[in-house]
Ligand binder design. Sequence first.
Ligand code: SME
Length: 154
Amino acid sequence: MRVDWADLARRLAALCDGEDDAIALMATLACEIHHADERFDWTGFYRVVAPELLKIGPYQGGHGCLTIPFERGVCGKAAREGRTVIVDDVAAFPGHIACAASTRSEIVVPFRAGDGTLLGVLDIDSDRPAAFTREDAVALEKILEEAFANVSMT
Ligand code: SME
């Protein structure tokens, strides 16, 4: 099954409507996104918990590493640079953090509070090589922007 991004976006907008609790939003998004597409073998959030430091949040799939500094991994790169990172072959990515030996490709999307504060990243792993596209990136960026619009860090 391959995700219908427009349909998923509509469902998530309805589920998350008016919600301003970041953990509740992450739990809902991880669940719905994970089960929307058979390419997605691990779907989860890493939260900014201190300057230049990510810590795991709600996720679906096998256990994920608990802490990632901004200077490490695909998640750290996406957080550091503030942009979506698509890795077609994780074995060719210097410093990739392998939470599962089966992972072949990955997409990591930063997400922000309504005031633009970086809240963390959404990480999706696939056991398939080159599983992710720019279409996936654009759709995920829009879903995350809308979902966390009501979250405030003050
Ligand atoms: N692969 C990620 C680490 C998170 S585990 O995949 C869930 C990275 O390199 O940042």
